[in-house]
Design a binder for this molecule. Structure first.
Ligand code: ATP
Length: 264
């Protein structure tokens, strides 16, 4: 029995499932990167997916957001199959994913970046955008989003001039333009110093109000601080899932990933 099995059920009414993977498999020319993954993300939680390098976290994110088709298995969003849908159709159903620099136009201002995302059916790279002149009606909404992600004062700066951390804030702002019920964040603190990390932690908490957040994150103190529950992957398989404090004591997790940190 794993520690995850031993976690006692949360008291109160059952929580509904926002996002679910059932026996999800992804093979790359004979290499199994995702191996029979079962995953349940509860509505309203912050759920972290962790695991050593090459464990299959990015592949799983790509499968959940429609950027890869599973070899077999299912992905369900609020109970409906989405694994056969294109990424933009999944965004329309309420799941949005933060893209890294690819979704930010460096030669546009911060505000213009949010405006074009608001004017687009989906904030995915490579979309055709509505001309900026026609988007000004969306200005108040853009300003609201910029305030929410802490970039109100930076609205007129070119995206290219933002710091690494500010670009991550902008990406999250762009994801919010679609008002997703489920937001997937891929390593939101990667490459940041402690000040940037503290800002992103506060930002993730803020954007998680009223929505479900799933994040891939390497920094264990960020995971400990933010995540209601975590899922640990190793060699493409789920080796534990549950509350952070329970999962971190699982001997398989300690061996696979957490090492000395787990004893801290
Ligand atoms: N398109 C692909 N073709 C072949 N193999 C792939 C492909 N994408 C990923 N893999 C392999 O699948 C495994 C899982 O990769 P993935 O990027 O999902 O891991 P990860 O947990 O996100 O790693 P990291 O923490 O280093 O980002 C790796 O062994 C990787 O080499």
């Amino acid at each position: 029995m794993t520690v995850a099995d031993a976690v006692s059920p949360t008291p109160g009414p059952p929580l509904s499932t926002a996002l679910e993977a059932r026996r999800l498999v992804k093979d790359f020319r004979g290499f199994r990167a995702t191996n029979e993954v079962d995953l349940q993300i509860r509505e309203g939680e912050i759920h972290a997916i962790i695991g050593p390098n090459g464990a299959g976290k990015t592949t799983l994110f790509n499968l959940l957001s429609g950027f890869l088709r599973p070899t077999s298995g299912e992905v369900l969003l609020f109970g409906e199959r989405i694994d056969t849908l294109a990424p933009h159709a999944i965004v329309r159903r309420g799941l949005s994913r933060s893209f890294q620099i690819s979704s930010v136009f460096p030669t546009m201002t911060v505000r213009e970046n949010v405006l074009v995302a608001l004017g687009s059916p989906t904030p995915l790279p490579g979309q055709f955008w509505t001309p900026l002149s026609r988007l000004e009606a969306l200005g108040p909404r853009a300003d609201e989003i910029l305030d929410r992600v802490g970039l109100g004062a930076a609205h007129a700066r070119l995206a290219a001039d933002l710091s690494h951390g500010e670009k991550r804030q902008l990406e999250i702002g762009i994801s919010l333009t679609q008002e997703p019920r489920v937001l997937l964040l891929d390593e939101p603190t990667s490459g940041m110093g402690s000040e940037g990390i503290a800002r992103v932690i506060a930002l993730v908490r803020e954007v998680a109000r009223g929505r479900t957040v799933v994040l891939v994150e390497h920094n264990m103190s960020v995971v400990a601080e933010l995540a209601d529950r975590i899922t640990v992957l190793q060699y493409g398989q789920v080796i534990a899932s549950g509350r952070y404090d329970d999962v971190r004591r699982d001997p398989r997790v300690i061996e696979a990933y957490l090492g000395e940190e787990a004893h801290a």
